[in-house]
Design a protein. Structure first.
Lengths: 518, 128
């Protein structure tokens, strides 16, 4: 029994052979066999269609394993029904026991079998089949300990079936995990890698080991803008703090070779009894993706920078003409158009430069102490000049000192005001209100305009999204302004949100921490 | 004669525009197409103020400032003319005194030049 319990059970065939043999020897039974019950047991009249198929039959006298033909339900319906009733059948007089008497003429008498004991084998909460002990010779009364032994044999058979299935599932998963191009690795809570797939092995080789401690000496994590990340903020450590790490871009610098790779990284904890016991990590190489992204942004940024010099020349000479007294009256509207075009070009190229800087993490903030009320007033004055057909109603209370990058915050405030003007009809009023709530300064910009369609609200801050694209309200923007405004404000520890009803108007809210706010 | 404003800019049209605006307001102007040329010009005509483009061939704005610092001696106020989105940071990088972003406003340019060249007169007097 001990030997049986100890043995590797993933090979069902071998385990069944060991069970039948051990059962026959220990109980001194002539024939011990294991049968699998086949057929759909949920179908009506299933017994007629079902059959028992022999997995193994051990003959004690001959000391050999043989097979036997199937037992059909249509021939032995009472026995099959009894088998399915999930109880041990102990038939001391098998030839007359109603559950087994069907076998008497055809099977029991010819083979000299007197007593039978059949124990169901369970698998996945159902009866898999039976283990049969068939005694040849005089009547045998099955004792309680013999029945217990038979049940243990059936349990070992169940365990074997489960082990084999687990192995098969593991094998399927292992095959799937080995096949994927993502690197997959499993770490224990101390940070030692316990399992990894082929794709992950190349990272292990580059890092020179499987432990996080060792890795700290050989690799360095950097963010998408190549700034080093302190070890306490590495993905593994963040997961241990129950932070979510999903699809984030990281750069990994391998110190030994100097190689740098970018990866899209996800990390999940595996929790048992409220403790993180393993951390699963999935890496997808994003080096090429990052290079293309950078190239795109660098090209855009360089292009926008290069535009600025010819723009300065055009706008400079236009301004010189503008102040000239010799300009003919007919040229005035033309010059105004040139100046407006220069402004638009400047705005567009600045937007592209800002966008490229933001996405590459290069948006630098030069913070200084400033009164937000005063900054807002200067923004409103400039916005008013460009919107002669709208009224800006400003409500400002106290001085609100903040520590911000004035240019950037002015840009974000201007974006909200310009949007309100652009999307509300001439003659309407835009309300601009600055107040404080606890540690935060709050700017509200409300218009009585066209509003944002409900279906578009979810995407309002998405890059390159324009809520009114393809409608009469499209105004030719890049769909970048609100994205940038929110990025700027978020980098100051604030946020932008909005409420909008289509056809009634929108209200955008900007919050910023006041000076001294935690 | 007052010390000139030195315009260092590789783009000829922009250089001429700056020269035109400043001369129209009575400033004396010297020009150079890159940092190397500017250093030579400065030997003969020490400027009251430098308007400096950053991206130029032969010797760019960074190299020019570095070379000027290396040589020591009196340093004129420097205003960088830049398309950078963070002009303040760019100015700090080269220890410039002020910045002007491209494209610029004439009034903004003139008030900056007036203020900065005036500052220089004061500091020159202090040095002498």
């Amino acid at each position: 029994l001990l030997e049986l319990a100890r043995r590797e059970k993933t090979d069902v065939h071998e385990t069944f052979r060991a069970i039948t043999e051990a059962g026959a020897v220990v109980l001194d039974v002539a024939r011990v066999s294991i049968w699998q019950l086949c057929g759909d047991r949920n179908a009506p009249g299933w017994v007629q269609e079902a059959r028992l198929v022999c997995d193994d039959l051990y003959l004690l006298m001959e000391r050999k394993h043989v097979s036997a033909g199937p037992i059909h339900g249509r021939d032995f319906p009472t026995y099959l029904q009894a088998t399915h009733e999930r109880r041990t059948i102990t038939a001391d007089d098998a030839r007359h026991d109603p559950r087994t008497s069907e076998f008497a003429e055809f099977y029991l008498k010819p083979l000299g079998i007197r007593s039978m004991m059949d124990v169901p084998i369970w698998h996945r909460g159902e009866v898999y089949g039976v283990i049969c002990f068939e005694h040849v010779g005089p009547f045998r009364q099955w004792r309680a300990e013999e029945q217990d032994f038979a049940i243990i044999m059936a349990d070992i058979a169940s365990t074997s079936l489960e082990a084999a299935e687990r192995l098969s599932v593991d094998h399927r998963w292992e095959t799937a995990i080995e096949t994927v191009t993502e690197a997959v690795a499993l770490f224990d809570a101390r940070g030692t890698m316990v399992h990894c797939n082929e794709a992950a092995r190349q990272y292990v080789d580059l890092a020179g080991g499987r432990s996080q401690e060792g890795a700290a000496a050989t690799i360095e994590f950097v963010d998408a803008a190549d700034r080093p990340i302190p070890p306490e903020d590495w993905p593994f450590q963040r997961v241990l703090r129950h932070e979510k790490v999903q699809g984030e871009i990281y750069g990994i610098l391998f110190k030994t070779t100097g190689e740098r790779r970018y990866v899209r990284l996800s990390c999940s904890p595996i929790i048992q009894r409220a403790q993180i016991v393993y951390v699963a990590l999935v890496l997808l190489d994003a080096t090429d993706e990052m290079h293309v992204e950078r190239l795109k942004r660098d090209v855009l940024s360089t292009l926008a920078h290069e535009l600025k010099t010819p723009l300065a020349i055009a706008s400079g000479y236009a301004q010189a003409l503008d102040s000239s007294s010799e300009l003919p009256a007919t040229a005035r509207p033309m010059l105004d158009a040139i100046l407006r075009a220069c402004d638009r070009l400047d705005h567009l190229s600045q937007t592209v430069i800002d966008l490229a800087s933001t996405m590459l993490g290069r948006l630098r903030l030069t913070r200084e102490r400033v009164d937000l009320s005063e900054l807002l007033l200067s923004v409103v004055r400039r916005a008013e000049r460009g919107a002669p057909n709208h009224r800006l109603k400003v409500t400002i209370g106290e001085h609100i000192p903040v520590i911000v990058d004035c240019t950037r915050i002015a840009q974000a405030m201007r974006q909200l005001i310009d949007n309100a003007i652009a999307y509300s009809p001439a003659g309407t009023t835009v309300d601009v209100e600055l107040s404080t709530h606890g540690d935060m300064a709050c700017l509200a910009v409300r218009d009585r305009g066209i509003g944002i369609p409900a279906g578009a609200q979810r995407n309002t801050f998405r890059l390159f999204f324009t809520a009114h694209a393809g409608t009469e309200h499209e105004n030719g923007g890049l769909g970048v302004g609100l994205y940038l405004a929110r990025e700027i404000v978020r980098r100051h520890g604030g946020d932008i949100s909005f409420e909008s009803v289509e056809g009634e108007g929108s209200a955008f809210y900007m919050t910023l921490p006041r000076e001294g706010a935690p | 004669m007052t010390a000139p404003v030195l315009i260092i800019e590789d783009d000829e049209a922009l250089r001429e525009l700056l020269q035109m605006i400043l001369e129209a307001e009575g400033f004396s102007v010297e020009t150079a197409a890159n940092g190397k040329e500017a250093l030579e010009r400065m030997m003969d005509h020490p400027p009251s103020l430098v308007l400096l483009d950053m991206r130029m061939p032969i010797m760019d704005g960074w190299q020019f400032c570095h070379e000027l610092a290396r040589r020591g001696g009196p340093k004129p106020p420097i205003v960088i003319v830049t398309a950078a989105s963070d002009p303040a940071a760019r100015a700090r990088e080269v220890d410039a005194d002020a910045w002007l972003t491209k494209p610029f406003d004439h009034t903004q340019l003139l008030s900056l030049v007036r203020r900065m060249s005036h500052v220089d007169c004061g500091s020159s007097r202090r040095r002498s």
